[in-house]
Design a protein around this ligand. Sequence first.
Ligand code: CDP
Ligand code: MG
Length: 712
Amino acid sequence: MSDRRRKIDLGSSDGNGNSKRNKQDVNPWTGAPYSQRYYNILEKRIKLPVYQFKDELIAKVLENQSIVVEGETGSGKTTQIPQFLLEAGLATQGETCVACTQPRRVAATSIAQRVADEMDVQLGSEVGYTIRFEDVSDPHTTVLKFLTDGMLLREAMHDPLLMRYSAIVLDECHERTLATDVIMGLLMEILPKRKKGSEHGELKVVVMSATLDAEKFQEYFHNAPLLKVPGRTFPVEIFYTAKPERNYVEAAVRTTLHIHQCEAPGDILVFLTGEQEIEQACEELREKSRSMDAELVVYPLYSSLSPEQQRKIFSEAPGPRTPGGPPGRKVVVSTNIAETSLTIDGIVYVVDPGFSKQKVYNPRIRVESLLVSPISRASAKQRSGRAGRTRPGKCFRLYTEKSFHDDLQETTYPEILRSKMSNVVLTLKKLGIDDLVHFDFLDPPAPETLMRALELLNYLGALDDEGEMTELGYQMSELPLDPQLAKLILVSPDYGCSSEIVSIVASLSVPQIFLRPRESAKQADEAKAQFTHHESDHLTLLRAYNEYAMIPDKERKQWCWDNFISERSMISSVNVRNQLLGIMKRLDIQVVSSDIKGDGSFSSVDIRKALTAGMFMQVAYRQRSGEYLTVKDNQHVYIHPSSVVNNRPEWVLFEEFALTTKNYIRTVTVTNVDWLVELAPHYFDLENFPKCEAKGELEKAYGRIAQSRSRR
Ligand code: CDP
Ligand code: MG
């Protein structure tokens, strides 16, 4: 080990949670004395269940290359264990650091902030985070980095042995996200090359999971030892509804208000599935609790909230409205984030409607979508457990007991079994892993899913007919985007509009730009109408982006407000665009604009052609009956009512296929058959085309091309 390695000692626990230390302690990372806040947090830290196991954990980690840690949610795994690894001397400033992966961006950013506070350092310096399009870390100073599992996978593309890291903590493994599963598979290849004493230095792995599947992980990591952290939880009384609820959002609001009126003090956690639902429920809760005796403060929690808003969930519940009156209460209305990733102290009541948004993939029709689906029994148990963290609690399940036993699955399927794999396959190919069939997945994906991914990458030109990565494929893998969007960027200079395309892609990579609050839907629609380009939602986004970009900085906030545009999304899209431009520069991809006059105008035809060249696999054709069918897969679809394209054109391309009550296509652009056969003849080859009305149109288009050629 180098001399630069810093010795740090947080004091060792004596087993009763009391630590030997004195107030003159100096922070080994900054050289400054610890602040008062440090000691205040430390008092809480040493009471966490994992703290008792610090010495045992360090000993186990030093002895073994991999270990598995299983511990109840809230026991302190995520915030403490990475710090224990630092204490074990596993990081060397400027050389190697400890990584901790998180399936969710919100968890990565918020936990990094928390741990920076706990270590009394600046976020971005010793402790940092990396999520897609946002890197708050410093290679010279960062010793502990929280990052999404997807980002670690991207880093592996440039650092195949993960040499930057001396230890990797894989957190939330029980969630079995696609990226975590793939990283585990990669580690199977990396770990033998980075054993103790090997030329590359040892890589340690800590696999962390909330009580599920520990044995499966142990076995997979070649009989890694297990450290079990017993939770300290209180009994939770479970209530079910007598009859199924028709509208779970409405039922959740009703139940929450009932708890607020009738139950003893204690905060409430409500699980809903997404931003819209959550905002709606929050609004209703605020509205309906206004006249009640005790105050109810309502906080939403979902991934697209700003960090400041996210931090609010940790604030204290309000006191009584009037002296001597009943104390107030806090309610957090959250997506799955609060199920295991984030622990909010003080929760005594949980309201669980039994749903979450889950990925589903149908390889036959090549559609991946987020669908509101029933949760598993394991999830339901995790959710109810959130009520018993500080004292006995209650969980209100908004479904029947029979339904819990008969309808819910035991556990959630790993994501790898319900995702499209095109992105992962491209990454693995880049990593030189050619034999995907024999790659050591914890649960291998369906062969059909792999076939579909290979086929898509072949159509996009990322893989050749032998399955070898092409030059285009290399470039695509460098862009942190879905393969189709990456391809779109790469072809866009050919159509003279890469500047516009990168704005569109940036706008598609951030949360909703056009806001439409329920109470002012009409004004919002009118505001959007100013940007509407009737042939395309993509071009509508571009218009909004261009206008925003031309407005002086200090007027932007007001402009966004006046136009029902999300300022935060706009700021992110500018940032994302700059990052994409940086990568394009590195890849030597030209940035050209169809805006010849420089006044924000653009060529609709060129941009729509470029979109067609990238998105040709997502096209629908209007039948004589008036219905749209997706081309090749023949699925009935409807243009989403939020689309600006409302004159029912014959051919449209789409960004997203959303499976809800109806099959909707969203973010739509008008295209035409001549472009399709001109730009993607390998995909629209008539020999392998299913019989359908679209085929007839394609045949005619090929005929037209042949004729014009023979005339020339
Ligand atoms: O990972 P695990 O679920 O085992 O626990 P954790 O996330 O490390 O949380 C340990 C404690 O830190 C909990 O009591 C959290 O409430 C607290 N915490 C906090 O107060 N503020 C944060 N931003 C994150 C965690
Ligand atoms: Mg955790």
